[in-house]
Ligand binder design. Sequence first.
Ligand SMILES: Nc1ncnc2c1ncn2[C@@H]1O[C@H](COP(=O)(O)OP(=O)(O)O)[C@@H](O)[C@H]1O
Ligand SMILES: [Mg+2]
Length: 366
Amino acid sequence: MPDLPLSPGSSIGILGGGQLGRMLSQAASRLGFDVVILDPEDNSPAGRVSRGQIVAAYDNETALDVMGRVCDVVTFEFENVPASSVERLARAGALVAPGPMALAVAQDRVSEKTYLNAVGATTVDFAAVDDLEGLRAALDVIGLPALLKTRREGYDGKGQVWIRRKGDARRAWEAIGARPAILEARADFERELSIIAARGRDGAVGLYPPGENVHEGGILRTTTAPATLSPAVSRRARAIAEAVLDGLDYVGVMGIELFALKGGRLLVNEIAPRVHNTGHWTQDGCACDQFEQHIRAIAGWPLGSFEAQARVEMTNLLGPEVEQWRTASGEAGACVHLYGKGEARAGRKMGHINRVLGPARQARAR
Ligand SMILES: Nc1ncnc2c1ncn2[C@@H]1O[C@H](COP(=O)(O)OP(=O)(O)O)[C@@H](O)[C@H]1O
Ligand SMILES: [Mg+2]
């Protein structure tokens, strides 16, 4: 096991070579670390800005053993890494953060919501669904409309179908591929917020001021941060972050998606045990962004500042929208971030623009 805090010159491994891995790698290299990426796709966005990439599947035992030997700490940029891979890395000698418990909870929407409610982070009502009969029974309990989601491996709104009438049950069940699922009550939210929180190896928890998110077709469009929150809602957000991260003995950055109901009540939608798209604004709004914060936490460094210095609107560039770099690059206050992905398929996250709107205002009651 490596000595902590990890000294510059040490190696950090990242499972996953997408844009989150790329921005983590850039932050790690700023702090003097070497980064090795594991990703099955050669020449990945993260691999191209790192010391090296191992091109292999996430469950390739030889690759995991090499990663575990050459890296002092290993982390991941997406939550669908097999739990057995994390165990194998630990056996090969690397510290792995976040740990296997956070991964297991976040990989399954039913265990995730069960965990959240158990630590007092309330969610919508839900029921586990294993077959069509079970779905019909769940609809009687949850009511209509309801949202059917696959338990595992959904992202960007994929694997989700709204059910508006009981007669739609069969069609919905088939549309998600007749797989183990969760049925959720509809959250009648006024707006969507998210918390980007971090917990250090010493158990210290911090959070950035929550941002307000707009999704279209299940994909994030914009985040505006800091969101305007009453002091009571700000306190509640902090309490949620502390309960959720402490309960998992978590190390690293976590994204916590929230539904804000009328009257200020917060429900937790889902958690992501990694840096999060709704935290990209911190790159141009904070002295220490979410990527550096994650590297600090897993390397056993003190956490950095969570304070917002500017108000920022982050806009995702999806598919062909990546061409907006041409105009945005000449726009005052617009910070262009591109992921180096080749093919601009519809809906693919190609980059984002952080528009600095002005100095950060103190959260005001409303
Ligand atoms: N129970 C719900 N009630 C209302 N809207 C929902 C509910 N669950 C999800 N949504 C909407 O769909 C979006 C994507 O769902 P989410 O569960 O976050 O899945 P993903 O893992 O694909 O991000 C949410 O940000 C929200 O806009
Ligand atoms: Mg989500």
